[in-house]
Design a protein around this ligand. Structure first.
Ligand SMILES: [Zn+2]
Length: 313
């Protein structure tokens, strides 16, 4: 059984203004790293576009309509439309957002039909900050939440889990999971840092949310302890039927946007731990999707280590 790599060229056509950290070169760096010979057996798939009904399982219909309609039109005319100071749409953004969410949907389908062991979605814009009714933090649609609710609605699964090791808290994914006892969300993230949510006391309606904030400067030892002591035991107890990973690599020590001190080996370790847990509970069903990571070289090496660990799992 092989690991899948799912992407779409449209994800490179989501343009952000010069100097914006969330740029197309990030995805180029990841895809280039995954051209290495050791990735020759990845099953490569081109992502379909997420259907509207998949997006509105997560998002308010008015948000979806605004992004795909008036804002997409305005972006085509004016080059850039700012949704907030950080979050921008260009002419290619609506299609990129549809393919980014669509990649996670396709990954779920391919894993559940038995074509793939697990899969990595190399996509942008990222998703974990996008809330039900608000795009923010470089994110338009919440790709991972769309995939998780698709797994339930279309494949009849019940308990879905998202593990998020991006250096920022995934407020949007937590927003989707918070009141839903069958939706686990576990996150390590730097605190204080954007967006300011993810305090340890935010536990979800039924303990289904586990936040482990890490102090600036925290290293791999603290990161691994957060997983070994908190997130993995809670996920184990949740008994997931499908595990998603919000794979942001901006907790790397080289990242310019934050101050954690992880290295590639930490990302490989956590990936192996998550995949091993998924093997125990759900036949190893794991779909990972790219979130942040803003030092191009560190991002490329980290994503490669992550995908390699998925292949070895
Ligand atoms: Zn991030």
């Amino acid at each position: 059984m092989t690991t899948g790599l799912i992407t779409h060229p449209a994800c490179l056509a989501h343009e952000t203004p010069p100097g914006h950290p969330e740029c197309a070169d990030r995805l180029r760096a990841v895809l280039h790293a995954l051209e290495d010979e050791c990735f020759q057996y990845l099953a490569r798939h081109v992502a379909g576009a997420a259907p509207g009904e998949a997006l509105t399982r997560v998002h308010a219909p008015a948000l979806v309509e605004r992004i795909l309609g008036p804002l997409a039109g305005q972006a085509a005319r004016e080059r850039y439309v700012h949704l907030d100071p950080d979050t921008v749409m260009s002419a290619g953004s609506a299609e990129a957002a549809l393919r980014a969410a669509g990649a996670v949907i396709d990954a779920v389908d391919l894993v559940l039909e038995g074509s793939l062991k697990n899969a990595f979605c190399a996509v942008r814009p990222p998703g974990h900050h996008a809330e039900r009714a608000r795009s923010m933090g470089f994110c338009l649609f919440n790709n991972v939440a769309v995939g998780a609710l698709h797994a339930r609605a279309v494949h009849g699964l019940r308990r879905v889990a998202v593990v998020d090791f991006d250096v920022h808290h995934g407020n949007g994914t937590q927003d989707s999971a918070f009141a839903d006892a069958d939706f686990f969300y576990g996150s390590t993230h730097q605190s204080p840092l954007y967006p300011g949510t993810g305090l340890a006391g935010e536990c979800g309606r039924s303990g289904n949310v586990v936040n482990v904030p890490l102090a600036p400067g925290a290293d791999g030892v603290a990161f691994r302890a957060a997983f070994t002591g908190r997130i993995l035991p809670a996920l184990e107890a949740f008994r997931p039927e499908f595990v998603f990973i919000s794979a942001g690599f901006d907790a790397h020590r080289a990242d310019p946007l934050a101050g954690l001190c992880l290295g590639e080996s930490d990302f490989a370790w956590v990936t192996s731990e998550i995949c091993a847990l998924a093997r125990r509970h759900c036949a190893g069903r794991v779909v990972s999707t790219l979130e942040g990571g803003y030092d191009l070289a560190a991002l490329a090496r980290s994503a490669a280590a992550h995908v390699h660990a998925m292949m070895e799992a």
